[in-house]
Design a protein around this ligand. Structure first.
Ligand code: ATP
Length: 306
């Protein structure tokens, strides 16, 4: 039974981070169509903001999106509000406005972030006293990246990515994110990896321990050297220009670079904020990506900001 505290008349504003995968190893295709993953999620301060208000009917609107985002029940934020109402038998229709900075279909789990934000925001709006664990269980029903968007920080994800254990990695990491023209569909990238593996097994990333050791050292150069993603070869196979983006970032002075998740966003790790500003300026002029953003992590997970 869900306990209620006082209901907020609304609107409720929530901020949610995008993520980079510092490490992503992908197992072989399972009989049920999924792949086992071992990943290190890292939340960065490239964020979406949601404003959630009581309304006559459920609506979702978006501004600032880098590509078309569904507005109806197919929007993950709207789906999250409906699922929370169903699971808790509480709440009513809401209008969700999303101000997006996280690139759409960019491999930074923007849709999952919006779902996490909608869960937290609706719980606050409806005065539900749910623990983070209870919210996280509902989040996992919506998608494997949604629990991490609630939690934030840096965490190892296993299973399909939804089983999380936090990693104590307090040293700030400074990133340049290279945003690409257009997006990549996550299922298409996994299918491309299966296809590549059926022809000639591309090299697989090392075990997760290298990244965990690098994070605990607090040395960004070690973290840069340990970045790795099994989906990178597949993303590059579908968008060969990403190889040029990675090369341009490294030539500009980044300590390491990796395609984030299923791409096409490329994350370049820099030594400090000044180095990130320099790499960003050089990369912006290289003509190898649509735009660049500077970001840092670990960022907090979804939180109510007003
Ligand atoms: P993944 O989480 O699978 O790595 P991604 O980060 O590459 O995905 P998202 O921005 O989450 O990509 O979007 C994937 C697709 O989800 C989009 O093409 C879009 O149609 C759909 N979608 C649904 N809701 C949202 C939302 N709130 N924001 C962005 N995309 C959404």
């Amino acid at each position: 039974m869900t306990r209620r505290s006082s209901q907020t008349p609304g609107p409720v504003r929530v901020r949610v981070p995008g993520k980079i995968n510092l490490h992503l190893s992908v197992g072989d295709l399972r009989a049920d169509g999924y792949h086992d993953l071992v990943t290190v999620f890292h939340a960065v301060d490239l964020v979406d903001e949601l404003t959630i208000s009581p309304a006559e009917r459920h609506t979702v609107s978006t501004e600032g999106a880098s590509a078309a985002v569904p507005t109806g029940g197919k929007n993950l934020a709207g789906a999250a509000a409906r699922l929370l109402a169903k699971r808790t038998k509480a709440g009513g229709p809401v209008a969700i406005q999303i101000s997006k900075q996280i690139p759409v279909a960019g491999g930074m789990a923007g849709g999952s972030a919006d779902a996490a934000g909608a869960l937290l925001g609706c719980a606050a709006l409806w005065g539900l006293e749910l623990t983070r664990d209870q919210l996280s269980e509902i989040a996992a029903e919506l998608g494997s990246d949604v629990p991490f968007a609630l939690a934030g920080g840096t965490a190892v994800g296993t299973g399909r990515g939804e089983r999380l254990s936090p990693v104590l990695a307090r040293t700030p990491l400074h990133w340049v994110l290279a945003l690409a023209d257009g997006g990549l569909s996550t299922p298409a990238v996994f299918a491309e990896l299966d296809r590549l593996r059926s022809h000639a097994d591309p090299p697989r990333v090392a075990g997760v321990q290298d990244m965990l050791t690098a994070l605990s050292s607090g040395d960004p150069a070690q973290v840069g050297a340990a970045l790795g993603n099994d989906l990178q070869a597949a993303a590059i196979s579908l968008q060969p220009g990403l190889r040029r983006t990675l090369r341009a970032g490294l030539a500009a002075g980044a300590l390491g670079g990796v395609v984030s998740g299923s791409g096409p966003t490329v994350a370049l790790l820099c030594a400090d904020p000044a180095a990130a500003a320099e790499v960003a300026a050089e990369l912006a002029g290289s003509g190898t990506c649509r735009s660049v953003r500077v970001a840092s992590g670990p960022a907090p997970g979804a939180r109510v900001i007003g």
